[in-house]
Structure formats: C-alpha cells, structure tokens
Design a protein around this ligand. Sequence first.
Ligand code: GRF
Length: 316
Amino acid sequence: MNKARIAVLISGTGSNMAALVYAAKHPACPFEIVLVASNNPDAPGLRLAAAEGIPIFAHSHKGMTRADHDSIMDAEIRKSGADMVALAGYMRILSAGFVQGWAGKMLNIHPSLLPKYKGLHTHERALEAGDSHGGVSVHLVTEELDDGEILGQTPVAILPGDTADSLAARVLIAEHQLYARVLGDYVRRDFDPVWLTQRVRALAMAEPEAEESLSHGMACFGIKGGKKFAWVSDNHHGDGRVALLVKVSGPEEQAMLIERDEDRYFKPAYFGNDWIAIRLDLGGLDWEEVRQRISASWLAVAPAKLKKALSVADEF
Ligand code: GRF
C-alpha cells in the first residue's frame, strides 16, 4: 500500500508534529510527513522538522488578509504532493475556501473532550467546571471552529491540586499517543474492506425498499422481493480487489468506463455486459460518483410499479 502523504501545520513548539514525524518512521506506519509548514517563521518545531530531513516552509501571516495567507499555504501544501493536512497547534482561524479545499482531508488535535471546551483555555475551563477528566480529541476540520466529526478521544484524569499547566502537560502525553493512531486509522480506512463495505451499505440501504443479503459470500443489495442492484466483491476468488458491482446501461457504457480508467473499472466475472465493477480500494475514490451509480443501478432494476409509486409520492 502506498503511504498517505501528510503536510503538518504548526505555529509553535510542534511536539504533536514531532510525535507524527517519529510515528511515521515506523515501517508499518501508513503515512509519511512530506511537509511541515508554519505561519510563524520562528516556530521551534521547524528546526526539528528540518533536522529530520523534512521539507519545511514558513510564511508570516502579518500584514496579509486571511485568504491571501491561506492561499500561499495551500499552494505550498499542494506543491509538496500532500494528500492530507494535519493541524498540530496551528493557531490560525482558517478561511472557508481553504477548509473546503481540504474537506474530509484535514484533521486537527484539540486539548479537550469535544464537544466540551472549543477554542482556547480548555484546561482552565475543565478545572473550573470541576470535571473529573480533561482530555484530547482528534477531529475533522470544518468551517465551524473545533466542530467537525470526532475521530478519536482520550480522557485524562484530573488529579487533586492540578493546575492548568500540570493538566496540560499530562494531556500532551495523551495527545502524542492519540494523533498518530487516529491519523493512521483514518488513512487506512480508504483501503479497509470492512469500512468500504459499510459506506456502500449506507448508500445502498438509503435507496427505497432496499434490503441486504449475502450471496456467494458477497454483501449484496436488492429491492425487497425483487432484483439485486449492488454487490460488494471483496477478494473474490482471491483477486485481491475490493469492488462495487452495479448495473450500467449496456456493453457500450461498460466498455467506455473501462477505457476511461482500466485500473478503476473492470468487467465483473459471471455478470453480464450490463454490469461494471468499480474498484473501491485504490484511494482517492469519488464517493459522489459511487452514490450516483448505486442510484442509477437501483433505477435500472426497480419495477415500473415501484418507480411510479415513488414519483407519485414525490409530488406531495
Ligand atoms: C496542543 O495542546 C494541541 O492540542 C493544541 O495546541 C497545542 C500544540 O502543542 N491544538 P505542540 O505545538 O504540538 O507542542
């Protein structure tokens, strides 16, 4: 498996960045760090990254609009060949354009058990509230501050006499453990048959009257009492591929898709000329296309009566 390429953005010490850098040195780590970038040219973490042989980039945000600074960072990240961005103590609010450009591909680490204590002074707030635990969260970055899907958390017990600093120091230990694990799981899931099947399941089962069954060892989805419209083929006859099988209009569309991208599409064995197999396990999958293909396949097998009933229902 190719390793995911990660750009890490920092503003200061960069101890979380360092934890990612050292985790990435393990041969089994599914990601590599291709860039460490900062809005603070004096960030101590930059020196550490450079000493570890990682390309670094710094550009101060001072005297610039947020959008201009973000677009300089964005250009540098893209130039590095990064597939994903890990924010690690990057003390900047990000512009909407930057966030949208990395939707689903940008993670952040935040020193609280989100959704509690978004923003700053998290440890003080946990202590003031009399919480039994502080902690850390790794989450996807969305336009709302510290609000995206939570991918992993570690609670850290608060001790009698803890100060914000003493708690922060212990939470930091948990941060260093958590970030690399969550990032590793996140990049691996694009190649994980169980997770890929779950995503297909969610899309297929959202179709009207859908039901799941197991056929020839494959998860497959059909219309209740009717025909099948989607199959997940996982290492079928040891072919080493995870693919979605859906109906297409006929042999022309099948041939056109294979010609367009013969790594991604193939003719599924034992299925007719009106089916296509789409590899799910190559990374960089367009899930919107998958959704549309599942819907089109459903439409292709749905009985006229059901389609009619639904279009009537739509009018109300
Ligand atoms: C960490 O506590 C992180 O959770 C927060 O900023 C701090 C950065 O520390 N977002 P470091 O630069 O990684 O040492």
